[in-house]
Ligand binder design. Sequence first.
Ligand code: TNX
Length: 737
Amino acid sequence: MIFMKIALIGLLFFVTTQLSAQHGVVFPQPVNLEETSDKFVFNGLLTVDRQQVPAELFSYLQELFGRNFIHLEAVSGKDASIRLQPIQTLVYTEGYQLNVTGSGIEILYSNTESLRNAFQTLNQLIQNPKELSGVRIADQPAFSYRGVHLDCSRHFFTIAELKKFIDQMAKLKFNRFHWHLTDDQGWRIEIKKYPKLTEVGAWRDSTLIGHFSKQPVEWDRTRYGGFYTQQQAKELVTYAGIRGIEIIPEIEMPGHARAALAAYPELSCTEKPLPVAGTWGVFDDVFCSQEKTRSFLKDVLDEVIDIFPSSVIHIGGDECPKVNWEKCPKCKGIMSENHLSNTHELQSFFIRDIEKHVNSKGGTIIGWDEILEGGLAPNAQVMSWQGVEGGIAAAKQHHEVVMTPTSYCYFDYYQSGHPSEPLAIGGYLPLEKVYQFDPLKGLEDEYKRYILGAQANLWTEYLPTIQSVEYSAFPRLVAMAEVLWNRSQAAYPDFVEALSNYYLPGLRNDGVRFSTSFLDPKLEIQASTSGVGYQLIKPVNEVTFSVNNEIVTEINIPRTEQVQETRYLIHSNIGDQELRICDYTFTSHLALGKKVQFDTPPHEKYNHNGNLGLTDGVVGKKPWKGNEWLGFNNDTIRFTLDLETLTTFGSIRIETLNDPGSWIYRPERYEITYSTNGKKFKKAAKGKVSGDFITLRKKMKARYIRVSIYNKEVIPAGQTGAGFTPWTFINEIILSK
Ligand code: TNX
């Protein structure tokens, strides 16, 4: 109830103080909710005027309320228990007002969207199928685009599975489903003019097993695929539409095209036959920029536009290597004919041509932020994924933007550092971080109006089943829904409390998988004279933590002369219910809890535990997940460890990470110096980094150790992220006698 009380601040009306839940908590939280002392008794039956609710919406609502044990009935005349009042004065098209009084329920609405939103709220308010306590709600969304993206190419999900997913989106008042239908690993939508797209392009012979950075590569040697017929796609469009969700289809171009090229090799620069990809990443074989390919894509889009009533069509535009274009006579010809000075301008020319076609059919294109490179197509919307910078740049050019920065919106990233987390692509995006997302951050006021909203992206390289999709989606989607609906959200602990008590039981009832990792203790580090101490911070007040059946509030790890590992199993309980077991291994050593001064600070995204980040006793795992690694986006890194007293030691070890697919490169060289006074430093060692570790065995006596690490300046051509500064990830600096 605290969650709601936040919404009550500044009320003009009398508010009851009784805390017994006479109504549920609504997600996303209404902008204004006031509790009154009224009570409406309805005994499981609610009636509405059949004239005012569109028939399709009514059947959906009947089913929705039915699952909540409420019978919703359409009646004629004015004596319905839910009185619907159309009004034109609501400023926000999706806004509504909902009042529960002693004599019934009153909904003020302006259109179908606002009516549906009011009913979604009402359904969540009803906790007890007999009665409901009084409330007055005035509500409207902060953003008009509230999206979820699902990649159905890397893995395929059935229409029935997608319907279940869309049902969940609707409850949270999301209103856009971005359907990623084509990519290197599978073409998923029937195109009548080009049957091979699904006959050939929808199937791959084998799929990579495990993480794609793993060597040697292993294959499952199993044919995998599937596609949606136009009829099925239309069926999903209707289904989603009834639930207030518009489907935005994505047809990727010019990159991520291997599935289409497997079907029609003549559309690539080399025309070489290639199989549908079975591994992940970015491929050099892309659509050739020639006229023939562009008219093929226009034909495809014509059919897509007929299936999807959405005025917005996603044309991809991301991650298109230009290596083949650079060598291709056809591409070079187009460049000289059109006075284009580089291949970025050629991509821009390509996208503009496609845009013109889509515009001529009354549609608008949206593309990933790479469509800014080489000049934005005149009417394009931009989906900003590589950060928010692309979105800000587009807004400044007066283009509409949907924010989907990886750091807040990539739900394929790990949601906890717990070792039992299923394999994910990498990254770290816990629930709390999603909740803290502000799609307008960094924007000057005059450009804010170009930000339509934001979207959570579910890429499915590592999400093979709908259950794994659900696990990644929930409860992070609940946090995203809050971000998009309400500009002044409740404090995070209140959100978490309400989520645990009110939303998760509903997901469980609906048979939706979700993660409870947000109930893990948050470990807050403190240096102590003997090592490090970790305070176990509770995410929710009712949680207790125990180790070996004893309640604990902190864990202390002592410094040791030799490297020593200790494992703790921390149980999270609410009352008698055990919700999670967290498995932590701490590594003690001589530098544990000693501070490091960074000349080059870690990037804010990968800066865990500040100046104790390299001496916190937590060694980064591989494949990397969670937030144990410190990440730097510089080619040179320098830091100094202060042991506080003169210390004798015989070994230094620093772990490094190599994951080129994530732009992370093992450093090339290192140099270590040491000092007794922090002024004069002596050389200890320098050399090439060849394996996973920088290691030095040498008897030394020092107070300070200074480490310099050098990486390549740019990611080499042909690799993911070519031309950008590589990331350097390092972890614990382990000292021992
Ligand atoms: C980047 S985001 C991609 C996708 C991957 C995703 C994995 C974007 C426009 N392209 O192809 O699936 O990263 O996180």
